[in-house]
Design a protein around this ligand. Structure first.
Ligand code: ATP
Length: 296
């Protein structure tokens, strides 16, 4: 698991990270969302043991990321936001180099990932498209079957089919009990995968939200009903159900009592369509993303 506790690092320009505390459990996908310059990479650099915290600490599987960095790296998979490949190498040269550095004894997972992401490994890296390079970086991040995986904008450059494949891979890894942190500045990159999303702005965490409980709450509060005629709309407005709004042949009613009671009353109407309107998850998060509001 990943445990970041009151992590603070102020650069000479007063930018940086301030009192950041987050926890990523085993079997959890944690979305780390924030605009450019928010502090995501600085957090990741602490996790990789590249920066010494001024205050607080970052730990992976109980090891301190700064003082015990050597104990962490073999269990860590990292996908950088921008990948610098060595000139003149082909994809397979790069993967061989990484396998050698990690002293990998089996190439089984690597072969499986190459096939899954349909990567032509003979192509020289400098001739690869952005998407191909991204696939290569994904294979490299996952091929040693790490316990903890840190991904910086992992789906950038991938086409929709490959993005879907990547989402499937993340779900499989999560189900195997891996600890996964995905950093991104776009909500859509986290929407289909993250269990928890934290929003960081100007070096501070301003919101941490369990996505599953939020989804549960969101679907509960109203029903949208379309009737065949205006009379039924007038009738429901004058009934003892709570009508939040109405227009044309449609009315939105509040789910403010036993569902059986609501359906009992609705059975007296001729209903054309029935829907549970969803507030978009993205809209809820974007409010925090753009505003200065401080919540936890
Ligand atoms: N070594 C440094 N010296 C001074 N300022 C720095 C240093 N590293 C980062 N910063 C500043 O700290 C802030 C956080 O940067 P960071 O790269 O962590 O943001 P980010 O959320 O990863 O952004 P992006 O999405 O653009 O990658 C920025 O304002 C950045 O300019």
């Amino acid at each position: 698991m990943i445990a970041i506790d009151h992590l603070t690092k102020e650069f000479s320009n007063q930018k940086g990270l301030f009192d950041v505390s987050i926890q990523v459990e085993k079997g959890q996908i944690f979305g780390y969302l924030g605009p450019n310059g928010a502090g995501k990479s600085t957090t990741i650099r602490h996790l990789l043991g590249y920066i010494k915290p001024q205050k607080g600490q970052a730990k992976i599987n109980g090891f301190d990321c700064w003082s015990e960095a050597d104990k962490i790296h073999s269990t860590l998979g990292y996908l950088p936001g921008e990948i610098a490949f060595i000139e003149g190498m082909s994809a397979i040269d790069f993967l061989n180099l990484m396998s050698g550095m990690r002293k990998l004894s089996s190439s089984h997972k690597r072969e499986e990932l190459i096939e899954r992401f349909d990567l032509d490994i003979r192509v020289p890296v400098k001739k690869m498209s952005k998407g191909m390079k991204q696939k290569l970086a994904i294979i490299s991040a996952f091929m040693h079957d790490p316990d903890v995986i840190i991904l910086d904008e992992p789906s950038s450059g991938l086409d929709p089919l490959m993005q879907k494949e990547f989402v499937n891979l993340l779900h499989e890894e999560k189900n195997k009990g891996k600890t996964i942190l995905i950093s991104s500045h776009i909500f859509s990159e986290l929407e289909d995968t993250a269990d928890v999303i934290a929003i960081i702005r100007k070096g501070r965490i301003i919101k941490i939200q369990d996505v599953h409980s939020l989804r549960g709450e969101m679907t509960k509060d109203s029903y949208e009903i379309e009737f065949y005629n205006q009379e039924d709309v007038n009738r429901i407005v004058n009934s003892n159900l709570t009508v939040k709004s109405y227009a044309g042949n449609k009315a939105i009613i509040a789910v403010d009592r036993e569902i059986n009671e609501i359906f009992g009353q609705l059975s007296q109407y001729k209903i054309k369509t029935f829907d549970v309107p969803h507030q978009r998850l993205e809209d809820i998060f974007m409010k925090y993303y753009y505003n200065e509001e401080e919540h936890s």
